[in-house]
Every structure is written in structure tokens, then in C-alpha cells.
Design a protein around this ligand. Structure first.
Ligand SMILES: [Fe+2]
Length: 235
């Protein structure tokens, strides 16, 4: 476990996508109540669980999109009393996981004083929900883009196939799942309205500065979307 900011810690684990070691990252936020909010569970062991317990009581565990559900059940074995949240779309996909409540676009939750959430529309097979920690000004994403920098041969090959070699970028697969560009673009603009500089992402190198420019650049160059951070441009 590593500390990322005043209120945020991360746990990183090996993870392979099509044989490529893309890694996997779990984010743990200590809420102002002192209890913990966990984003995107990874495959933890007892020593990880002990480290988490040392930070505080796990109150919420969030599966942030339709792909990040693989370790929810095993995480639940360590933290059975937490409140588990995913989207209703993920519940349809994983009927074997019990979610205590669903993440909705306009709803407020007990953690909403600390974390803002933006539901990414236009991707009905993904339904990613992005989070923003207000006090630390940190954006937390799962698959919205990758940022691989340290390559071995399998990762280099996979990055080239995915179209993410040596750049922070959404993968070709991810882009192919954007079915409604207008809705998607509106969601991106909502994210860019947030006051962040650092980004925690699930796969690749953490973004420690210039996060908003990195985010904007990832989507300007790849999608040709004209984004204006700070403006509610809905065209
Ligand atoms: Fe992912």
C-alpha cells in the first residue's frame, strides 16, 4: 500500500489483459468521517486487508464500471460488512454479486460530501463512473484512459494493438464502445469542469501533475472532440 495524497492510498497488483501485464490499482479514500471508501477492489491478501484495517473501517466499496467487477466477491470475503455499490448495468451482468445500492447520475450518497461523481454516458456496455476527491483535488478513473510508460515486450505489443503506446490515451477497444458521442462528450466536459490536477487511474503510471491537460489531450487527439474545460459547452 502507498500513500498518494493526504486522504488517499493505493494498492497495486499484477493483472494481465490478453497476456499483457497492464497491472491493476485499487484506491482507498479516508472520508472526513474517518471511515474508508474503496474504489475498484483488486485481489488482496490478508496482509493487504490488515493494512486497510489499520487505516480505518471500510464503509463503502465501489465497482466503477462494467469491467471492474472481477475482485469484488473476494474483497467481500475480507470486508463483508461494507456497503457495496455498482451500477444497475453491472448488476445485470453480475447477478451473483449483491450490491447494496446502485450508483446513479444525480443521486447523492453518504460519501458525496467528500467525493463528487460523474456518470459517463454514451457507453452502454461500460457505464464508468468517475470520482473526484474535493479536498485533495484528485480525479479517480478506471478505464477512461491508460498511461503505460514502463514497457516489457508483451506490454509494448499490447499497447501498440490497443493504440496506447507511449501516450496517455483511451484504448481502441474503449473508443469502439462509445456509441453516443454527444452524451459522451457532455460527460467529459462535466469531468473537465472539476478542479483537479492529479489523476489516479487503474492501469498505468499515476498522473502527478497537469492532469487536466493530460485528460484533455488524451481525448482531443484521439477523438477529435473539442473540449473547453470550465465551460458548459453542449454542442
Ligand atoms: Fe480496467
Amino acid at each position: 500500500m502507498k500513500k498518494f495524497s493526504e486522504s488517499i492510498w493505493i494498492i497495486e497488483k499484477p493483472f494481465k489483459l490478453m497476456g499483457a501485464p497492464i497491472g491493476n490499482r485499487c484506491t482507498i479514500v479516508r472520508l472526513s468521517s474517518g471511515k474508508l471508501w474503496v474504489h475498484s477492489p483488486v485481489a488482496i491478501d490478508e496482509s493487504d486487508a490488515e493494512a486497510i484495517r489499520a487505516l480505518g473501517e471500510v464503509q463503502f466499496v465501489v465497482a466503477p464500471n462494467n469491467f471492474h467487477h472481477l475482485h469484488v466477491r473476494s474483497f467481500k470475503e475480507f470486508f463483508p460488512n461494507a456497503h457495496y455499490q455498482g451500477t444497475s448495468s453491472l448488476q445485470q451482468k453480475r447477478k451473483d454479486i449483491y450490491f447494496d445500492s446502485f450508483l446513479e447520475s444525480k443521486s447523492l450518497y453518504e460519501w458525496s460530501n467528500d467525493l463528487e461523481h460523474v456518470y459517463v454516458f454514451g457507453m452502454p456496455l461500460v457505464h464508468e463512473v468517475v470520482f473526484y476527491h474535493r479536498k485533495d483535488k484528485v480525479l479517480i478513473i478506471a478505464d477512461l484512459f491508460f498511461n503505460f510508460r514502463d514497457y516489457n515486450i508483451p506490454l509494448k505489443i499490447a499497447s501498440k494493438i490497443l493504440g496506447v503506446y507511449q501516450k496517455a490515451s483511451p484504448s481502441r477497444l474503449f473508443k469502439s464502445l462509445i456509441w453516443n458521442r454527444r452524451e459522451f462528450k457532455d460527460s467529459l466536459n462535466d469531468i473537465l469542469d472539476l478542479d483537479f490536477d492529479r489523476i489516479i487511474l487503474s492501469h498505468g503510471k499515476l498522473i502527478d501533475s497537469h492532469g487536466k491537460a493530460t485528460f484533455q489531450n488524451a481525448y482531443q487527439s484521439e477523438l477529435g472532440v473539442v473540449l473547453r474545460p470550465g465551460l458548459s459547452e453542449k454542442s
